[in-house]
Write a protein that binds this ligand. Sequence first.
Ligand code: CA
Length: 226
Amino acid sequence: MAQVLVVEDDATIRSSIIRGLTDRGHAVVSAPTAMAGLEQAVSARPDVVVLDLGLPDLDGRAMLRMLRGVSDVPVVVATARDDEAEIVAVLDAGADDYVVKPFGVAQLDARIRAVLRRSAEDKDPTVVAGGLTVDPRTRRATLDGRPLELTPREFDLLHHLAARAGEVVSKRELLTEVWQLPYGGADKTVDVHLSWLRRKLGETAQAPRYLHAVRGVGVRLAAPVS
Ligand code: CA
C-alpha cells in the first residue's frame, strides 16, 4: 500500500484511477492541475505520483522538471500519445515509468509497485531474507544479528542468491555471475563453495534452512518457514 498523488485534469479518468487504486489498498490524493499537483507533492508527501502529461495550466514535462527541483518522489507518467520521442523525453525529464492511455488500473498498479520497489532498492541495497541480511555496500552479512565471516567469493555467492531469494538459480548462472566464467568451470566449484557457505550458516545439505538444492537445476535461497 502506498500514498499516491494522481494529477489528472479529466474528472472521469481521475475518479476511475482513484477508485481503482483505492480498491487495491492505496491511499490516494489528487489534483486537477499541475500547480495544484506541485502543492500536493510538497504538502501530502506522496510515495509516488501519477502524472497526466496533458494538463490545462502547464505541460506535464515542465511540471516534471519543477517537481524534480523539490522532490525525488517516483513519478509514473500517463501519456495519451504512444509516441517514442515523447516517452523518451519524459523519461529523460525524470519520470520513472509510464503508461499509455487508455490503460487499466491493474497495469498502473503494477507500475506503481515496480517503481516503489526500485526506489526502495536505491535507498538501501541491503537484501533481507528471514534472519539473513546482506549489505553489498559494506560487504557485511549477518545471520540472526551475528556477523558472518565470509570469504569474498562466499559473500558474492550469498549476495547473488539472497538477491534472487525464492528463485532457483542455476549453477551455470552462478559460474557466470559470481565466478565470471561464462564458458565453463565445473559445477563442483559451486558445490564446494555452497557446502562452505552452509557450514557458516549452521546448516547442512541434508537439513537445509536457507540453501535448498534443487536436483539437476541449481539452488534456491529461501527464508526458513517459522
Ligand atoms: Ca489531460
